[in-house]
Design a protein around this ligand. Sequence first.
Ligand code: ADP
Length: 458
Amino acid sequence: MGRLIIASNRTATPGVPRAGGLAVALKDALDERGGGVWFGWSGEILDRETRGVRLFAEGNVDFALADLTQEEHEGYYLGYANDALWPVFHYRVDLARFDEGAFEVYESVNRRFGRLLSQLLRPEDVVWVHDYHFLLLGRELRHNGWRGPIGFFLHVPFPAPEVFTALPHHYRLAHGLAEFDLLGFQTKRDTANFRRYMVEHHGAAVLEDGRIRVFGRTIRAEAFPIGTDAEDIAALAMGVQGVASAQRLGRIIENRALVVGVDRLDYSKGLLQKVQAFGRMLDDNEEMRERVTFLQIAPPSRETVETYQDLRDQLDRLVGRINSDYSDIDTTPIRYLARGYPREVLAGIYRLARAGLVTPLYDGMNLVAKEYVAAQDPEDPGVLVLSEFAGAAEQLSTALLVNPHDTAGVAANIRRALEMPLDERKERWQVLHEAVTREDIAWWRRRFLDALDEARPA
Ligand code: ADP
């Protein structure tokens, strides 16, 4: 079996212990195949030209890291990946900026990285490219003569063709995507969107076995819903630090039921709508005001960008208004913490919470939903209130599924979650738990790599 070569914008940090999740899963995949290379951006931004990769060996895995120049960082990362691809892939064409120069830099970084990576490849290797930063990396590897298998996994949604085609260079992106042998998406919905896009815009033919014939190539597109390290999360929730953080929070909220939300501060996460819905639940249910408290953890991400600053300001105002309406001397209905917490602490808090509120406007998967399920006490599980627009909703159908735009509906479901009898909570949770433990992160990477081994270029 050849080595595994992983390419992702950011890699795990060589030599630093990894907390869990994707970084551990990918490192396990590299180890399991007897070694390989993990290639990506070093995180360094230089103000001068940079060309080579730096190699760091960790056992039989080489981390190969390339720097970006200031201009590359602005065009490739901030300009095109963050300001065009991220919003369009999350159905926010209104927030996207289509800058010709940024696309050119995106293309040139994919070209340069493709060249660097191709120099590290050996004939029997298998390449696995990750996410929207590297949509053109397969094409660049082919230009550099690579004929071996290349898989691609998209961590974010693939939008409906009507939205994807808003990208002025979608045609070029399509050609790039067709150079991968296997395209993995989070959901069946994303896979169907991709297929329809290829058929309607590029005359692709879908073969009997589901493969797609397009631009003279035959490729495979399938759903591989990413999972979480469910057993580790459960252990963390019951571990010393998990229990201690739950106790610390429990002392403050006393006998009130806890509703929890954990998100990055991003416009795709529907934070304003979620807080509004919680406020509406308090408006509509006077008796609940004494009995419930909402903890929202949302550390700022990409705070340099104006859109994120606006979101932060709006959220601060909204939380402030609801709190001034409903706080009392000894109660605060909403605690909004703009910072991150270690996994142990989050796991303990998930387990304490009677309801987990995961209501993105659109999300590739949403691992918080799965972590919340994994952390519950089987004898007294909490209830997951989940957006139907999170990829996780395809697997987690016994959550209380909500439309995050429907304030009254979300409010009613928060109340329903808080009042749900133990039997129903257990019944719903058992189905969810079975899904998150069976289809966990190890299952995801094995399934993808097995499919990639079968999808060698025709
Ligand atoms: P996204 O990848 O869009 O951020 P996910 O829900 O799929 O959304 O993954 C987020 C990951 O980051 C989860 O593993 C979650 O535990 C972690 N995370 C999110 N918010 C926080 C936070 N405030 N503190 C620590 N970890 C967080």
